[in-house]
Design a protein around this ligand. Structure first.
Ligand SMILES: Cc1ncc(COP(=O)(O)O)c(C=O)c1O
Length: 407
């Protein structure tokens, strides 16, 4: 308990909400943003002067780095977006906006950023959806359920790689192979996996992969990426049209990549930061960071095993291959909000309570409608931080037992 007490006394801030957005970022990220704002400040493709050309080069460098990070076929496969939801919408809307009464498949663990665009299309176009169920304990899906759900009118299979509620890693390679065999476009929501788990897009074989720049990629808020497999752009019309700074004589949106899906001036300041974040990830190696995350998973699950009154959802210690370092917990006697508040007030630990924009995921694991309190670690989370979080939860669980009779 000594560490917990010391921590309480020092009022240390311990950020454990990396699934929402990563914090802290590598120091080079902020420096690059300030440098860009102070010394460049131009918009790519909008001028012939040195700064506009420098901005163009910076965007090209960032695309190359991201392509290297995920082993994309080339930088033209990398589309800059505003966040992960934006990339998901480009694909879901692009593929399904004009389809009448089509069918799409997602899973019960998916985020509202997949489910809400689909639900809007149910209203607007008569889209039909099949949500593949997931296991109530591990939250794992079964690829065979996807295979069985495919129909002649299925126009999209979309699913999250890693659950933002339980940290469950889904068999996305298997699903992408099933989709390819059936000739159905496949969209992976890699919001919680890009930068955290090694992704080789050529091996994965999905047509579209959307992710945030501000989560595992360690870039600033307001950045995101959509990977489009070469040729997959032919299946997908544009959702937005506008200036690109290229082929201005054309009355319609350019069809070349990545201009086809990038409309208007870029968030160049954000991308300047993102570029340095990706350089940092390339230097460290995502495989190494993933080992660090798994070691933290092992530490956390070992430390909380058998704590009375504490429930941890998702894959267990024996199922580490199916999990990442995102943990949903409940402590008996506390609502998820009360627990988050106690963790912050007493221990300085920042967590996220509630439904985490994934209500069906909570229905799946039996925590709807209150949800859970989520702790999500990151590359800067140390073994000491993990031990402290586990001790804090154990301490609150013990207090809860003491006060339970009086409640
Ligand atoms: C699984 C999943 N998908 C999509 C998103 C949306 O990401 P963004 O906030 O970058 O749009 C999130 C955000 O937490 C997520 O966890």
């Amino acid at each position: 308990m000594a560490t917990v007490e010391k921590h309480k006394a020092k009022k240390v801030k311990l950020y454990m909400d990396n699934s929402a957005t990563s914090f802290p970022k590598p120091a080079a990220v902020t420096k690059a943003m300030v440098r860009f704002a102070d010394r460049c400040g131009a918009s790519a493709g909008r001028g012939a002067y040195a700064e506009a050309r420098a901005c163009e080069q910076m965007l090209a460098r960032c695309r190359q780095r991201i392509a290297r990070l995920i082993n994309a076929e080339g930088p033209e496969c990398i589309v800059f977006t505003l966040n992960c939801s934006h990339g998901l919408n480009i694909v879901i809307r692009g593929l399904l906006n004009t389809a009448r009464k089509a069918h799409a498949i997602a899973t019960a663990m998916d985020h509202n950023s997949v489910l809400r665009p689909l639900n809007a299309l149910v209203e607007q176009t008569g889209l039909r959806t099949t949500l593949v169920p997931c296991d109530g304990r591990t939250a794992l899906m079964d690829g065979d359920d996807v295979r069985r759900s495919i129909r002649p009118d299925t126009k999209l299979i979309a699913l999250a790689h890693v659950s933002n509620v339980t940290g469950t890693v889904q068999p996305v390679g298997e699903v992408a192979a099933i989709a390819r065999q059936a000739g159905v476009p496949c969209l992976i929501d890699a919001a919680q996996s890009a930068g955290r788990i090694p992704i080789d897009v050529q091996r994965l074989g999905a047509d579209f992969i959307a992710f945030a720049g501000h989560k595992g990629l360690l870039g600033p808020l307001g950045t995101g990426v959509l990977y489009v497999r070469p040729g997959a752009e032919d299946m997908m019309p544009t959702m937005h049209e506008g200036g690109t700074g290229t082929v201005s004589e054309s009355a319609t949106q350019p069809t070349g990549m990545p201009d086809k899906y990038e409309v208007g001036s870029h968030n160049a300041i954000g991308i300047a930061g993102l570029s340095e974040a990706v350089a940092w990830l390339l230097g460290r190696g995502v495989a190494k960071l993933h080992e660090h995350a798994l070691a933290n998973c092992r530490r956390f699950l070992t430390a909380v095993e058998g704590v009375d009154g504490l429930t941890v959802y998702g894959p267990s210690l024996a199922q580490l291959a199916h999990r990442s370092d995102v943990f949903s917990v409940r402590v008996a006697g506390y609502t998820p909000y009360e627990l988050a508040e106690a963790l912050e007030r007493q221990f300085g630990i920042r967590t996220r309570p509630g439904l985490h924009c994934a209500p069906l995921a909570h229905k799946t694991i039996g925590t709807y409608p209150e949800g859970t309190t989520r702790l999500s670690f990151g590359p800067f989370t140390t073994a000491g931080d993990v031990a402290l979080a586990a001790k804090a939860l154990a301490a609150l669980a013990a207090t809860s037992r003491v006060r339970a009779p009086g409640r």
